[in-house]
Design a protein around this ligand. Structure first.
Ligand SMILES: Nc1nc2c(c(=O)[nH]1)N[C@H]1C(S)=C(S)[C@@H](COP(=O)(O)OP(=O)(O)OC[C@H]3O[C@@H](n4cnc5c(N)ncnc54)[C@H](O)[C@@H]3O)O[C@H]1N2
Ligand code: MOO
Length: 450
């Protein structure tokens, strides 16, 4: 990371009492950009690997994928119907009659010549004969068999010449993809359609950025692992499981560092260990005012980490910066660090708002922002201006067909059920005040479908 003050997580601007969400996002984006630049200078080719298409979903394409062929490879029919030369078309409403001289099937082209007054029965996907440029769909024609003993190949079809325009219902060579042009550009988070597209080009494997190694740990004396009986005041560690789910959805390689208790030496050892193995470390808990003091001290020794109070709810306290695997060593491997607040909903909100985009950016993705949509609030929502709020909601279609959203009950930062029952965040802007029933609000869906 650069030592320039404006890029440091400890920048004085960032220490303002409440940092607006957008400024926090910008600072994270800049630091990640610096880390990427550094690794490019080191010419780190180990960050790229080849994977077969069945392993490529949710990976990030490392180089432009150039098409080795035209798609389609030749002009072909987009409809089941009759192919002919458009010279015979006109604005006339009078029936035109063409002689059917053969059939072209997908994968079995017609090799003969189609002359004036003639046409060819053609199936969707079949190659267009070179004399033909237009296809009339079968349902717009009437087949007239010339003589009961003759086959369809010698029958005629009639249709109105004003029902189709020259060149219609034909897919042109290269109209989908052109030979040598980028079919998918570098930085794409690969979706099912991209895998299909690569396969349609005959490409069986893709060069992708290697999975990021993301270490996770939970900090807190009250935390117990699953399987242990709870004593008074202790709770099960749920954050590591929410984080595991979030990271699996992004196809990251997870290094689970377990629960670390509130002891400076243990915490420091855990951070050093995680930093020596991982590209990114995400911890939860231990960043609020009371607890941050010794965490701050450790962070200062291990790297450059800022402790932020962000103008958002939930997710107000958060630590962010870089850690080094070896204390005080300038060229030690750098690990991006997110110290998320301990409250279970705050963990998921801060992951959504800050960590997700940073991981995608660090992993080479060009499009890192999740899409937003809008819905009508089913009921009034209380909101104080001066902070961004991430309420949990259910997006559904209202009786008039318009998208509406309702909140999932109590919205406390520790109430994980409010997340579990929701299918979206209702995002209320920094300057936004109370919302009235029927107002439009921003909504971010949890699930991507295609
Ligand atoms: N005086 C102040 N107190 C607090 C402030 C503040 O600004 N001033 N901020 C509050 C907010 S907002 C949050 S969020 C929390 C964040 O504190 P920590 O990050 O130090 O988190 P903890 O205190 O460790 O835990 C908070 C809460 O979450 C539970 N927790 C923690 N880890 C886990 C886990 N892995 N699985 C399940 N639940 C977990 C923990 O038991 C606490 O109930 O600080 C406020 N206080
Ligand atoms: O903002 Mo805290 O992060 O409420 O949970």
């Amino acid at each position: 990371m650069s030592n320039s003050t404006h890029r440091s997580p400890n920048n004085p601007i960032l220490l303002s009492d409440s940092l607006p969400v957008n400024e926090a996002r910008q600072a994270i984006h800049q630091l990640v950009a610096d880390l990427i630049q550094e690794s490019q200078q080191n010419d780190d080719t180990s960050r790229i690997e080849s994977v077969t298409l069945d392993q490529a979903i949710n990976r990030i394409l490392a180089h432009d994928l150039l098409s080795p062929i035209n798609v389609p490879a030749a002009d072909n029919s987009a409809m089941d119907g009759f192919a002919f030369n458009g010279d015979c078309l006109s604005d006339s409403n009078n029936e035109l009659t063409l002689q059917v001289i053969g059939t072209a099937y997908a994968g079995k082209p017609f090799e003969g010549k189609v002359g004036q007054g003639e046409c060819l029965k053609i199936m969707t996907g079949a190659l267009m004969p070179k004399d033909c440029d237009t296809v009339i769909p079968q349902e717009l024609t009437q087949a007239v068999t010339q003589a009961p003993t003759q086959s369809t190949e010698t029958s005629v079809v009639t249709f109105k010449p004003n029902q189709v325009k020259r060149g219609e219902n034909r897919r042109l060579c290269g109209e989908d993809l052109q030979l040598g042009k980028a079919a998918i550009t570098a930085g794409r988070l690969l979706r099912p359609s991209d895998l299909g597209l690569a396969a349609s080009l005959g490409i069986a494997s893709l060069m992708v950025h290697r999975k990021l190694k993301v270490a996770i740990l939970s900090s807190g004396d009250e935390l117990r692992p699953l399987g242990q009986t709870l004593d008074l005041g202790s709770i099960y560690d749920s954050n590591r499981y929410s984080l595991t789910g979030l990271l699996n959805r992004l196809n990251m390689e997870i290094i689970d560092c377990g629960i670390v208790h509130d002891d400076p030496a243990t915490l420091k050892a855990a951070f050093i260990q995680a930093a020596s193995k991982a590209d990114v470390l995400i911890s939860s808990g231990g960043v609020s005012v009371g607890e941050a003091d010794y965490t701050k001290q450790i962070m200062q020794e291990l790297g450059d980490v800022g402790f932020w109070k962000i103008a958002m709810r939930p997710g107000r306290p958060m630590a962010f910066g870089v850690l080094k695997a070896v204390e005080g060593q300038a060229d030690s491997q750098k690990t991006l660090f997110f110290g998320l607040p301990g409250n279970p909903v705050a963990v998921m909100v801060t992951f959504y708002q800050f960590v997700r985009s940073a991981l995608l950016q660090l992993n080479g993705a060009t499009q890192t922002e999740p899409p937003l949509t809008q819905a009508l609030a089913q009921a009034a929502i209380r909101k104080r201006p001066g902070r961004t709020e991430f309420q949990r909601g259910i997006l559904e279609r209202g009786p008039d067909g318009k998208p509406t959203v309702r909140l999932t009950g109590s919205q406390g930062a520790g109430i994980l059920r409010s997340m579990s029952e929701a299918n979206c965040f209702v995002i209320l802007d920094h300057d936004q005040g109370n919302i009235a029933a029927g107002d439009w609000v921003d909504v971010a869906l949890f699930d991507g479908l295609l």
